[in-house]
Design a binder for this molecule. Structure first.
Ligand code: FAD
Length: 417
């Protein structure tokens, strides 16, 4: 049987975070957008205190030891924990509050997601626990992109050479556009997960991800970007120069020659979360649009012949439909991850659909509200700027569409470029 019901625990989480986002995040949203590169201390401190009280993990389904409700799924032996679904719901609400602040909160972020996806149990224990126990706020970042390798991540040239005398990896190379990279390198007890090749001749098989901890000599921030949107979050270039890390900081099994495949598995977990963040932005734009429509005497007439609707009604209904379709696809991908079902295809489907759909929704919201949509009086113009990134990072719209096409037609990367 198919059920589209939201589990009560997940709905409760959404409500709690929405109340919080309304009060704290919306208060700072405009200020943070106007003051790129300045940290919102009240926000960071609030989130850090909540993390230390165990609230962030239970809000997001992250690293909580607490047992959530575990329904049995027909045909499945193991009960499903709603960790990814809860996380998607939480990310939607936080991004409804403000997507930039959500990315800037002291949290394991994409770096932590990489550890959770491909790390050993010991690595998870060592690196993830600190996001609720460290003395100071800390961030996790993931550094894949390089000046000459973005969409084609197999083309990275950062190297990780093993020094057999000291049993350390020595990293050399440059990473660009690392979300929360500055925070992870400079201000925290966090870490950067960097993709590097152990052996360029081995191609993809040589690529692995390595945890470089805050304070490691040889890792430094060389640039912080000025951006169109998500300006509350820092985006940094990071240089690794003879940067030595312990042997055990290679994620997963160092000996396995399936490095790239393992590293790519991170995206199956993170793409639905990026999609969930986009949905939060789109919902914020749609809801504000609906409010302004109602305040101006507009009424949405559901269930009547489409030909009798006004153009604004049609647009608002289409925005709602796009949002709901995006959410269903995203929750399906997250639910599959929870159920232990391979979701590579679904993670790319939800990301490709949502990145485009929500950029369209946010653009429509600005258009429908006219000058008010374009004015800084409202957050609508900011949501349009914030929305676009979701069609770029964690694989652009084109790249995710390509992944979907390859999987549908059973073609390899070489056969369909
Ligand atoms: C704000 C921000 C934050 C980011 N955060 C991170 C982060 O935390 N960690 C990280 O590693 N990276 C991060 N990135 C980098 C991001 O993931 C890359 O920008 C993205 O993957 C695209 O790579 P690229 O910039 O090299 O573009 P390119 O790969 O050069 O692509 C340029 C254009 O060509 C298209 N294209 C490329 N190949 C194909 C193809 N085969 N078929 C059709 N079209 C194609 C792309 O879709 C795109 O439209 C971030 C980027 C931004 C802007």
């Amino acid at each position: 049987m198919i059920s589209f019901e939201i589990p009560p625990a997940v709905a409760g989480t959404s409500k709690m975070i929405n109340d919080f986002a309304k009060i704290i995040m919306r208060k700072w949203a405009r200020w943070a957008d106007d003051h790129e590169h300045e940290q919102v201390k009240e926000w960071v401190d609030t989130m850090w205190n909540l993390a230390k009280a165990g609230m962030v993990s239970s809000m997001t389904g992250g690293l909580s030891k607490k047992k959530s409700d575990k329904p049995k799924v027909e045909g499945e032996k193991k009960p499903v924990k709603y960790q990814n679904v809860t996380m998607a719901a939480a990310v939607e609400e936080l991004s409804w509050g403000d997507a930039g602040l959500y990315l800037a909160m002291p949290f394991m972020g994409l770096g932590g997601a990489a550890v959770a996806a491909v790390g050993t149990d010991e690595q998870k224990e060592k690196f993830l626990k600190r996001f609720s126990t460290a003395d100071n706020p800390c961030w996790g970042a993931m550094a894949i992109t390089e000046p000459n390798a973005g969409s084609d991540s197999a083309a990275i040239t950062t190297t990780a050479a093993l020094d057999e005398k000291t049993n350390e990896w020595v990293l050399n190379g440059e990473k660009i556009f690392v979300t929360q990279g500055k925070s992870a390198v400079e201000d925290s007890e966090g870490f950067v997960v960097a993709w590097a090749t152990r052996d360029r001749k081995a191609g993809r098989a040589g690529i692995k991800s390595f945890v470089v901890e805050h304070g490691t000599p040889g890792m430094k921030v060389t640039k912080v970007e000025e951006k169109l949107g998500i300006r509350a979050s820092d985006t940094a270039s990071i240089f690794f120069e003879d940067c030595r890390i312990p042997y055990d900081n290679v994620l997963g099994d160092a000996e396995v020659k399936e490095g790239f495949k393992g590293a790519m598995a991170t995206f199956d977990a993170t793409r639905p979360m990026v999609a969930a963040s986009a949905i939060g932005i789109g919902r914020a734009a749609l809801e504000r649009c609906q409010e302004l429509f109602a305040e101006n005497g507009g009424q949405l007439r559901y269930g009547i012949n489409a030909g009798k609707l006004t153009s604004a009604e049609r647009d608002l209904m289409m925005m709602e439909a796009q949002l709901k379709a995006s959410r269903l696809l995203t929750w399906k991908a997250a639910w599959m991850a929870d159920a232990g079902i391979h979701n590579n295809l679904e993670a790319s489907i939800c990301k490709a659909k949502t990145g485009k759909a929500i950029t369209w929704v946010a653009n429509k919201a600005v258009e429908l509200c006219g000058p008010l949509g374009y004015s800084k009086t409202e957050l609508l113009e900011k949501w349009l700027r914030d929305a676009k990134i979701n069609d770029i990072f964690e694989g652009t719209g084109q790249i995710n569409t390509l992944v979907v096409a390859r999987r549908y037609f059973g073609l390899s990367g070489k056969e369909l470029k």
